[in-house]
Design a protein around this ligand. Structure first.
Ligand code: XIL
Length: 297
């Protein structure tokens, strides 16, 4: 196969990218998107601040643009993200306790219902674990509503869209470390208690290298009975091309690693300004990292 999406599809996987709605008029961008990728994630347009700017008042204009572009071109959509401590609307930032819990669960229900039947996988909860050695939850307004907020969100998402795969998504979880082990223990507990969860997203915002136990970490999650998805891959540094190859080979070696998404198309599209962490140059040319990925798929 000669494109990332077609090569990934040969083993039943997908290869996606984050997409920004305001770039869907850029022909270089759209040509690469349409040619190379068979999965799409909205970079910002399905987040809480974008979809519920006022309490109970929903705006799906930009999210729908991305969704329709993807579905009309035969691509899957990853939904990102129903609940997160960042990019919350101002009104939600000011809530707490049972009022915030109710608003958050209503948000999950409303957005998942709007997109019901159209989303391949939802990042139901994003970045809820703390960095560092605690292995515990991050402090946030959502966490302060009670430790069960994550399972409540997953149950609400399942009820609203029973066919979407429901994922927990986070960063600095690339190797076996305290943070990824905290998530591992949560997923194991959810599986034991019947809390609905289908996948774990490993964002994979990397510099130079994937950790040497990257594949082992993917495998231990898969062994819990969930899919693993690489959800926001970008890699800075001089070893970039090799590292992209290594990440791709690690996913290919894990049967339940079902897809890879890069967090943008061209270096100029990246949120990591000046780091050039993506597969295409600013002018849309394939980089060495692109060839390493295609060879590994
Ligand atoms: C980033 C977007 O790329 C930026 O455009 C935005 O300003 C901030 O968010 N982890 C995530 C993504 O889960 O949603 C973030 O996306 C990058 C880090």
């Amino acid at each position: 196969a000669t494109t990332l999406g077609a090569a990934a599809a040969q083993s039943g996987r997908n290869f996606g990218t984050a997409v920004a709605a305001q770039k869907l008029g850029d022909s270089t961008y759209v040509n690469i998107l349409n040619t190379e990728f068979n999965s799409v994630t909205a970079e910002n347009e399905m987040k809480w601040d974008a979809t519920e700017p006022n309490r109970g008042q929903f705006n799906y204009t930009s999210g729908d643009r991305i969704l329709n572009h993807a579905l009309n071109n035969g691509k899957q959509v990853r939904g990102h993200a129903l609940l997160w401590h960042q990019q919350q609307p101002r009104w939600a930032q000011g809530l707490s306790g049972s009022d915030l819990r109710q608003a958050a669960i209503n948000h999950v229900t409303q957005v998942a219902t709007h997109y019901r039947g159209k989303i391949h996988s939802w990042d139901v909860v994003n970045e809820a674990f703390a960095d560092g050695g605690s292995g515990g939850r991050r402090d946030s307004n959502l966490q302060r509503t009670g430790n069960d907020w994550i399972e409540a969100a997953f149950r609400a998402a399942r009820a609203a869209d029973p066919n979407a795969k429901l994922c927990y998504n986070d960063y600095n979880t690339d190797g076996i470390n305290a943070k990824s082990t905290g998530i591992y223990n949560m997923v194991r507990d959810f599986k034991a208690r019947g809390v609905p969860i289908d996948c774990v997203g490993i964002q994979s915002h990397l510099s130079n290298n994937a950790p040497s136990d990257y594949q082992a970490n993917l495998q231990r999650f898969a062994d819990l009975g969930v899919d693993v998805q690489i959800t926001e891959l970008d890699i800075s540094g001089s070893n970039q091309a090799n590292a992209f190859g290594a990440v791709t080979r690690a996913c290919m070696a894990v049967a339940r690693c079902t897809g890879i998404t890069v967090w943008g198309i061209r270096d100029t599209d990246s949120w990591r300004t000046g780091e050039n962490p993506l597969l295409f140059t600013g002018s849309g040319a394939k980089k060495p990292a692109y060839n390493q990925v295609l060879d590994a798929l």
